[in-house]
Design a protein around this ligand. Structure first.
Ligand code: ACO
Ligand code: PYR
Length: 524
């Protein structure tokens, strides 16, 4: 599929996306985000506001030597000249030139109320500010796009003034006039109606920029495309001011796969999931697992009925092949599982269940009973796999038989807190007693148990706990509650998750720990 070069995908992660509460990129982060966005083939990357933010000024300076973009053009953002100031004398406009980007995106007022009350100037002076700034930058060889702030609210109050702003910008040489739903209050029907009307009254390429305050930013953007815009603005993962912006990844995926517009070069769509997660890392925001297209759960199926149809054909419950956007389908085995869920999960884990109908039935029943008691296997694939294999006729024996374990916590007079654990186990018919110390009872138990097993299973020497999560599942009165423990374990190459549940937190941890080490021995 050739790229539709006549369609603009404009990403503003580094400008509007950086307006999200809690986000603060370093210049190095911004350069890394720009490289990632380029990998998904967007046409334009808005890098920030030079002259307003020193970090953004530095970003554009470093970008000149450090950023080699394959697909995108870099865009500097800024406002039109100040009211009553000659464009040549406005330092903010000068900073836009100094950024030396091929494209400049200007923000202008297009709502009469904003012109009068926020800018405190006349409607005519605002049009002159647009004209002068666009013409000045075009004279200096820049491609100029104009973001018309509050376009839709402005249209509701006066359907002509925003159109006048657009006409002024195009007459001065602007290449795109972007209608912005700055307060994010629009719904798709309204956006479609306004865009359709504006299109009949203005000559020039129209664009759309939607904030997500109604949860409709992506839908509003697509409605605008349907009504004729050929330039869309979005941000990675929808980051942005207040509730955020239209998510670039959902926009691109929808435009390509649902609307048949090849807006990114071939091969780029499969990078969406990876780039989404990498940018989340740089923004220091946990990826949204339920984000459309790119979230870890976007193609995860929990309900037994879904799995039973997916077994026949995956597209029966997937709107798209997940691989198209670089994602994967996953089957979750939980209390909602049926036989098909277990069968598909077995396939995913490399466990051959052909001819094991009874085993599958037993596993479904066992998972339902265990989950009713607080166990949860959807995040603990390693424990589920052990449970599944244990039901097979050729199930391997347990690593050891437990005689007993004991663990203590000692708070000494100097304020030190240490734990000690002793485990007594039988390994291959031999009784082994081993002790371990740790900063807590689980750490001490882990050390003691590994020491008891390591001479028989040397690979355990490379295994360590990577994360430990505890959830209290409901108080039964007094200090009695069901506790669920999830343990992530690593050997430096892979990572696996196991689960344990008990009213005693140490016993819950013991279950998860035993599964963690058993899994290591079977797989490493
Ligand atoms: C819709 C959007 O998200 S647009 C992007 C908004 N992003 C940001 O604001 C982040 C960066 N902003 C900044 O660093 C600062 O606000 C600056 C440097 C731009 C301006 O700072 P200051 O000079 O201290 O002004 P302040 O922020 O208080 O007010 C903004 C000024 O710009 C004027 N202004 C607002 N929009 C425009 C416009 N489109 N064209 C010209 N001037 C404008 C306002 O009238 C106000 O003028 P005043 O100082 O005469 O009252
Ligand atoms: C330009 C912009 O970010 C807005 O109007 O929302």
């Amino acid at each position: 599929m050739a790229t539709d070069t006549d369609f603009h995908v404009f990403d503003t992660t580094l400008r509007d996306g950086a307006q999200r509460e809690g986000v603060s990129y370093s210049v190095a982060d911004k350069l890394a985000v720009a490289r990632l966005l380029d990998e998904i083939g967007v046409g334009f990357i808005e890098g920030g506001w030079p002259g307003a933010l020193p970090k953004d000024t530095e970003f554009f300076a470093r970008a000149r030597t450090e950023l080699k973009l394959r697909h995108a053009q870099l865009v500097a953002f800024g406002s039109t000249r100040r009211a009553g100031v000659r464009v040549e004398d406005d330092p903010q406009v000068r900073a836009l030139l100094d950024a030396e980007t091929p494209v400049v995106c200007l923000v202008a007022k297009s709502d009469v109320r904003h012109v009068r009350e926020a800018l405190r100037t006349t409607l005519e002076e605002n049009l002159a500010m647009v004209h002068d700034t666009v013409a000045f930058l075009v004279r200096h060889g820049r491609r100029v796009f104009l973001d018309c702030e509050h376009f839709f609210d402005g249209y509701a109050a006066d359907r002509d003034y925003g159109v006048e702003v657009l006409r002024t910008a195009f007459a001065a040489g602007a290449e795109v006039g972007v209608m912005c739903d700055t307060n994010g209050g629009m719904l798709p029907m309204g956006v479609g109606r306004v865009v359709a009307d504006v299109r009949t009254r203005v000559e020039g390429r129209l664009g759309i920029h939607c904030q997500d305050d109604t949860g409709c930013a992506v839908a509003n953007t697509l409605a605008a495309v349907e009504a004729g815009v050929t330039h869309v603005q979005g941000t990675a993962n929808g980051y942005g001011e207040r509730a955020g912006n239209a998510d670039t990844f959902a926009l691109v995926a929808n435009l390509v796969t649902k609307m048949g517009l090849p807006v990114v070069p071939p091969g780029c769509l499969t990078e969406l999931q990876r780039v989404s997660h990498a940018i989340a890392e740089l923004a220091n925001i946990a990826p949204d697992e339920h984000q459309p297209y790119v979230g870890a759960s976007a193609f995860a199926h929990k309900a037994g009925l879904h799995a039973s149809a997916i077994k026949v054909s995956p597209e029966l419950y997937n709107h798209l092949e997940p691989e198209v956007v670089g994602n994967d389908m996953r089957i979750l085995v939980t209390e909602m599982a049926g036989r098909a869920s277990v069968e598909l999960k077995g396939r995913e884990l490399g466990v051959d269940l052909d001819g094991h109908g009874e085993v599958i039935g037993r596993v479904v029943d066992r998972v339902k009973v265990l989950e009713a008691d607080g166990w949860s296997f959807e995040a603990a694939d390693a424990s589920f796999e052990l449970l599944l294999r244990a039901e097979l006729p050729d199930a391997p024996p347990p690593l050891f038989e437990l005689e007993s374990y004991r663990t203590t916590v000692e708070h000494s007079g100097d304020g030190q807190v240490m734990s000690e654990a002793t485990v007594k186990v039988h390994v291959d018919g031999q009784r082994v007693i081993s002790t371990g110390e740790g900063n807590g009872p689980v750490n001490a138990l882990d050390n003691a148990l590994r020491q008891a097993l390591v001479s028989r299973h040397p690979q355990l020497a490379d295994v360590s706990l990577a994360d430990y999560k505890v959830r209290i599942l409901g108080w039964k009165g007094g200090t009695s509650a069901t506790t669920r423990v999830l343990i992530d374990t690593t050997d430096g190459v892979g990572e696996w998750t196991t689960v344990g549940v008990h009213s005693n937190i140490v016993e819950a941890s013991w279950h998860a720990l035993v599964d963690a080490l058993t899994y290591a021995v079977r797989h490493r």
